[in-house]
Design a protein. Structure first.
Ligand SMILES: *[C@@H]1O[C@H](CO)[C@@H](O)[C@H](O)[C@H]1NC(C)=O
Ligand SMILES: *[C@@H]1O[C@H](CO)[C@@H](O)[C@H](O)[C@H]1NC(C)=O
Ligand SMILES: *[C@@H]1O[C@H](CO)[C@@H](O)[C@H](O)[C@H]1NC(C)=O
Ligand SMILES: *[C@@H]1O[C@H](CO)[C@@H](O)[C@H](O)[C@H]1NC(C)=O
Ligand SMILES: *[C@@H]1O[C@H](CO)[C@@H](O)[C@H](O)[C@H]1NC(C)=O
Ligand SMILES: *[C@@H]1O[C@H](CO)[C@@H](O)[C@H](O)[C@H]1NC(C)=O
Ligand SMILES: *[C@@H]1O[C@H](CO)[C@@H](O)[C@H](O)[C@H]1NC(C)=O
Ligand SMILES: *[C@@H]1O[C@H](CO)[C@@H](O)[C@H](O)[C@H]1NC(C)=O
Length: 733
């Protein structure tokens, strides 16, 4: 096999090698030059213990983060006059030599995040006259010397988050040399108080954002912030505040309220404090405030007044803990009066522009809800409730026609009524996680036609009725993670729906697990073979339809071949029923006897039988040729004749036994009436049929010499109700 040489790349390589290259390309040992911008030098992650000496003088961005540098020397940055961004984060720097940055007159951003600085000394930042951002987050700074920030006349942002500063007045003195400072982050320091000194924060009057999150502030008078007239963001979260402002005189003196001192505040974050009470008018005149965060887990209830939220005319977002209303709102009663009247939650929010309301209830509390709680929130779009509640009124959401995003986590067993959700006609997202819901059937009547996202994570649903989704025509996203599904045929339709439907994305469906039986533990819901659930149903249908077909075949067979027998059976049955009925009624018989005979024996009947029985003995007989009603079905005539006669006389001959009709007559008569059999002519009396039909009979041929006796016995038989005794006459065989 031959080696093919691709000449074009080879030529390009040669061409490149012959080009004159900038000398610095070869001089960088531990750093790389950014491929898109040759003035960006990356020395990060090289285990460097010093700043490399071969950094090009043209560098604008220098990244020396994530190395092992612990000491900054004066010589390191000499000549880097064009450097604008210097990243020294995540090193071990504990000491910076005086005037180390003095050559970096163009530097605007200096990051010293995650180092081991313990103090900021004078001359440390000498020469950084163009610096706008100084990031000292995550150091161990306890001491800041007075003139350290003097050179930083253009500083806009100072981040001192996660340090060990304890005195805010020291910081303020230092910061006073940065007249343009807008952003000051002092979060997560052990600052314990802000002195109520009017002039304290005067040097910071250009500040727009002040972060004091996670300090140890116990009280904060708005007056101490009154110099911060441009403040738009105040973060006081996770401190130890018990009240939002200290009220020293009358409750109606509103001078000391946030509205007066911080009129431009847009965001006030006082979450995770210990605020138990929000006084009347505390927010009055805060006409700009858009976002107010007051939720906390450390207090069980927050006392508010009807007038607490007055003045927040532009508020869009409010996060709170459960609130209790102080009633009555009379002027004479101070908030600290011993008889704290407190009523159920009722209308307290008069915030017509509020868009988002989040309520967080602390773990060991349960709150009573009334239907008017959300009154006055006409424009609310997002509602989040986390925590226990009692007595949720089914009309509670009637005041929230515009809510399109709702989250309710009760954490305890909850059985919502469908009516609760019916007013939410524009709801698009519903999160009902952590409610111990056993079923989501209530959603099928909840009228949520706009719902697109449904999250019911971490509940107790084992069987999902997939027909619920028919009531949610707009649904696109569903999350049912962390429910104890059973993997049996009860979920077959749901599994099939999850796999087949193309409209709804079911998040994590392939990770849903079975939780019903210990043997199923760990099995995946969608791996359950649900088809046999339907196969057994199919098999059942197969059996049913086969049985039906067979029955039809059988019936048509019977109809075709045994029609007469069936008809006869039918009459027999009818006769039997008729007989019982007649006997029950005790109907009068018209005839003494019905004479059943074959046409061949008609002559004998007319010559011998009629003259004797009708003429001499005077019986009234029914003969089918003479007495049958014309036009009636013959079978019906027979039945009627038998039943309107006391007895049936069967004239049995050879022909009679051959005739079908006659044999039926005799059978019917036997079944229903007393039968007297007269045997004439040559008949084999062992004949099976006659044996069967009539055990006793009178023989004409056998009584040839004793006609008088024969007729006497017939009269006797017709008279008596009893059957004939066994034939005493001799037989043919
Ligand atoms: C490059 O880094 C190594 C350690 O990884 C060090 O010994 C060497 O002196 C460095 N070179 C320069 C020019 O800083
Ligand atoms: C420096 O590099 C780190 C990655 O090691 C990166 O996270 C950081 O953003 C970079 N800094 C600058 C200023 O680009
Ligand atoms: C600050 O930077 C600008 C250019 O960005 C430069 O003209 C000016 O001289 C710098 N200031 C100082 C004191 O070096
Ligand atoms: C300063 O550091 C913090 C914490 O690492 C970071 O969130 C922030 O973005 C940094 N700011 C600048 C301007 O580098
Ligand atoms: C606030 O900033 C302006 C320039 O925007 C400046 O003139 C003024 O002195 C600053 N105020 C203070 C108290 O430093
Ligand atoms: C401040 O609010 C009070 C009542 O809450 C009102 O009388 C006063 O006019 C408001 N002041 C301003 C500047 O809005
Ligand atoms: C459901 O909403 C529609 C309008 O969106 C309304 O006409 C219908 O009456 C509602 N049904 C119920 C049961 O509330
Ligand atoms: C499925 O399991 C549940 C719970 O174990 C049971 O209530 C239900 O009857 C079962 N369904 C079927 C079809 O076996």
């Amino acid at each position: 096999c031959s080696i093919k040489i691709d000449w074009i790349p080879l030529f390009s390589l040669l061409f490149l090698l012959l080009l004159p290259l900038p000398s610095w390309l070869y001089s960088l040992h531990n750093c790389t030059i950014d491929s898109t911008d040759s003035r960006t030098i990356n020395c990060n992650d090289h285990k460097l213990s010093r700043i490399p000496s071969d950094i090009p003088k043209t560098a604008v961005i220098l990244n020396v983060s994530h190395n092992n540098i612990n000491f900054i020397q004066q010589s390191y940055f000499s000549g880097l006059t064009e450097l604008q961004i210097l990243d020294l984060s995540n090193n071990q720097i504990s000491h910076i030599e005086d005037a180390s940055f003095s050559h970096l007159s163009s530097l605007t951003v200096l990051s010293l995040i995650g180092n081991k600085l313990m103090e900021l000394t004078d001359h440390m930042f000498t020469g950084l006259s163009n610096l706008t951002v100084l990031n000292l987050t995550e150091n161990q700074i306890t001491f800041v010397s007075e003139f350290v920030f003097v050179p930083l006349t253009k500083l806009l942002q100072l981040r001192l988050r996660d340090n060990r500063l304890s005195s805010i007045s020291d910081i303020v003195k230092v910061v006073s040399f940065c007249p343009l400072l807008k952003f000051l982050d002092l979060s997560n320091n052990p600052l314990s108080s802000i002195e109520s000194d009017d002039s304290l924060l005067l040097p910071c009057s250009n500040l727009t954002e002040l972060h004091l999150l996670g300090n140890d502030l116990k009280d904060l008078a708005p007056s101490s912030l009154q110099m911060l007239t441009r403040l738009s963001m105040l973060n006081l979260g996770a401190n130890s505040l018990t009240e939002l402002f200290v009220q020293k005189t009358s409750i109606l003196n509103l001078d000391d309220c946030f509205g007066k001192t911080l009129p431009n505040l847009l965001v006030l974050d006082a979450a995770d404090n210990n605020i138990e009470e929000l006084q009347r008018g505390v927010f009055s005149n805060m006409t700009c405030l858009k976002d107010l965060e007051l939720q906390t887990k450390s207090v069980t209830e927050m006392l508010v007044y009807q007038e607490t939220f007055v003045g927040l005319t532009d508020l869009r977002t409010l996060s709170m803990s459960p609130i209790f209303i102080f009633d009555p709102p009379s002027a004479g009663v101070g908030p600290r009066s011993s008889s704290r009247g407190r009523s159920q939650l009722q209308q307290v929010f008069n915030l017509p522009l509020l868009q988002t309301l989040r309520i967080t209830v602390s773990k060991d509390v349960c709150v009573d809800l009334t239907k008017d709680l959300f009154k006055g929130l006409d424009d609310l779009k997002v509602l989040s409730w986390r925590g226990c509640f009692w007595n949720a009124d089914s009309k509670m959401f009637h005041h929230l026609p515009r809510v399109f995003n709702m989250e309710i986590r009760r954490y305890y067993v909850w059985i919502p009524v469908p009516e609760l959700f019916q007013p939410l006609t524009v709801l698009q997202t519903l999160d009902l996680s952590e409610n111990h819901l056993k079923s989501m059937d209530f959603l099928s009547e909840a009228n949520l036609t706009q719902l697109q996202t449904l999250i019911i994570k971490t509940n107790d649903m084992s069987v999902i009725n997939e027909r619920v989704f028919e009531a949610l025509p707009s649904l696109r996203y569903l999350d049912l993670s962390d429910n104890p599904f059973v993997c049996n045929c009860s979920n077959a339709d749901f599994i099939d729906w999850v796999i087949r439907n193309r409209q709804v994305y079911v998040n994590g469906a392939y990770q849903y697990r079975c939780a019903s039986l210990p043997s199923e533990q760990g099995a995946l819901l969608l791996e359950f073979d649900y088809r046999w659930c339907w196969e057994s149903v199919g098999f059942f249908c197969f059996i049913c339809s086969s049985a039906l077909v067979l029955l039809t075949l059988l019936l048509s067979f019977l109809h075709h071949f045994l029609r007469l027998h069936l008809l006869y059976g039918f009459y027999l049955l009818r006769a039997f029923l008729y007989h019982r009925q007649q006997r029950g009624r005790g109907c009068a018989e018209i005839y003494d006897a019905f004479v059943s005979y074959n046409v061949h024996d008609e002559e004998w009947v007319y010559r011998e039988l009629l003259p004797e029985l009708e003429g001499r003995q005077g019986w009234k007989l029914c003969l089918h040729h003479r007495d049958f009603e014309p036009g009636k079905a013959i079978m019906e005539n027979i039945v009627d004749a038998i039943y309107s006669s006391r007895k049936t006389l069967c004239v049995i001959s050879h022909q009679y036994l051959l005739s079908e009709w006659c044999s039926r007559e005799i059978q019917m008569a036997r079944c229903c009436s007393h039968t007297v059999s007269l045997v004439i002519g040559e008949v084999h009396l062992t004949h099976k049929r006659i044996k069967m039909w009539s055990r006793t009979y009178l023989s004409w041929s056998g009584a040839r010499g004793h006609r008088g006796l024969f007729w006497e016995r017939v009269r006797h038989a017709l008279q008596s109700g009893a059957q004939l005794p066994d034939d005493p006459l001799p037989t043919d065989d």
